[in-house]
Design a protein around this ligand. Structure first.
Ligand SMILES: Nc1ncnc2c1ncn2[C@@H]1O[C@H](COP(=O)(O)OP(=O)(O)O)[C@@H](O)[C@H]1O
Ligand SMILES: [Mg+2]
Length: 382
């Protein structure tokens, strides 16, 4: 998958821009606050229908403007395509695929696939479970369109069920009549989603282990395990009916506790991913360097699994991470990224070998190719 060109209007500090990319390494270089991350955010927004920085579309519209428009030309293994999104505060977004209007964002997610890696992801191992669930959701939504639809449905049912739980004391009649219905609906979605998550982690786990050993030369073996809120034995997720039974029981037999808590206590919104090093929780036992290596491996694994499932690599979007990595990880990453398209943002144009685009005040200017990263990086002590 290659992002050939992005066109942006009234997005963040970008009044109007058209930026072309080569199919290998691209470096968006410039001083702070010039619009490097903004352009990456624009590309990521078209891929996922949401920003990795904000949940409010209004934040992204250029100050003083009414609407923003983002358009990406990309090539997948089949053909050249275009996705365009126009956002207007207070109104529905307009989304077009190949200039034909699309009804819902879930119809375009998974068409143009990206893997984003930003400095916050370096703490994926030690952050709260929400970040790890988000990692799964972003990866799986791009691989399986039905996953995103089920997740959206799950969240909708969860909201209904939480509302019902909170009104149980005031309106016991409605509660009695509808509680079981919502629980069974929620259990069905939870069981399906948890099976996707379980299988994804089995695949990604193998990639992460291979990548970690290659990168660090360490003998420690990492592992990732799905820690579903149902607490059933991991292999049991292979069994669709058993998984559904477990969730149905949890969600129909614990009303007192859930009413006391005022919310739904089991379900995929409570899941976690356990990240292990030599069988021990990496969050508690791995060094900070190892934790960062693991996070990097998780992102590379996301790309590898994508290639296995969809038959082609995603576009890698690396926001400011090169400068956060030490020399050994940086050089590993540079070799690993050969033959893939990657768009890197950096204050230094020579952070890696590649095609440089200079960024200044929301403007983008091609500045030729840097053939190899300079000696100061290769000689730097670890
Ligand atoms: N909605 C907006 N309208 C205009 N400018 C914005 C908007 N949102 C952010 N900015 C500006 O974008 C700049 C930050 O751009 P960013 O791409 O994050 O910087 P960097 O080049 O360091 O990655 C800041 O100057 C900020 O004021
Ligand atoms: Mg930035």
């Amino acid at each position: 998958m290659v992002c050939n060109c992005v066109r942006v209007r009234n997005f963040r500090n970008i009044a109007e821009a058209e930026v072309e990319f080569c199919s290998e390494v691209n470096i968006l270089a410039g001083a702070n606050a010039q619009g490097k991350t903004n352009l990456l955010e624009a590309i990521g927004y078209v891929a996922l229908g949401k920003s990795f920085r904000t949940v409010h579309d209004e934040d992204m519209i250029r100050f003083g403007e009414e609407c923003a428009e983002l358009s990406v030309d990309f090539t997948d293994s089949q053909r050249r395509q275009n996705l365009t999104v126009r956002m207007m505060p207070g109104r529905r977004r307009r989304i077009e695929q190949n200039h034909v209007k699309v009804g819902r964002v879930s119809e375009i997610v998974g068409q143009f696939r990206t893997v984003l890696f930003c400095p916050e992801h370096l703490s994926l191992v030690k952050d709260g479970p929400g970040e790890r669930r988000n990692f799964l959701d972003v990866a799986l939504s791009q691989l399986y369109p039905v996953y995103l639809k089920r997740l959206q449905r799950y969240n909708q049912i969860l909201r209904q069920r939480n509302q019902l739980i909170r009104s149980a004391t005031d309106d016991p009649k409605t509660f009695r009549e509808t509680a079981e219905f919502w629980s069974c609906q929620l259990a069905a979605e939870a069981a399906a989603i948890s099976r996707y998550r379980y299988r994804y982690l089995c695949e990604a786990g193998r990639e992460i282990a291979a990548c970690f050993r290659e990168m660090t030369g360490e003998r420690e073996t990492p592992g990732v395990a799905y820690a579903g809120s149902s607490k059933q034995p991991p292999e049991e997720y292979e069994d669709e009916e058993a998984t559904l039974r477990v969730y149905t029981r949890l969600l129909t037999a614990n009303w007192e506790r859930e009413i006391a808590a005022g919310s739904t206590l089991w379900g995929i919104h409570k899941d976690d991913v356990e990240i292990l090093l030599n069988g021990k929780p990496a969050r508690a036992f791995a060094s900070q360097g190892q934790q960062r290596s693991l996070a990097l491996c998780m992102k590379l694994a996301e790309g590898a699994v994508c290639r296995r499932v969809c038959g082609e690599l995603p576009v890698f979007l690396f926001d400011d991470v090169f400068s956060e990595l030490d020399e050994s990880r940086r050089s590993y990453l540079s070799t690993k990224l050969k033959g893939r398209q990657v768009i890197i943002t950096s204050c230094e144009p020579d952070v890696a070998a590649g095609n440089v685009i200079l960024v200044e005040n929301g403007c983008y200017r091609p500045a030729g190719k840097i053939e190899s990263s300079p000696a100061r990086f290769t000689n730097q002590a670890d």
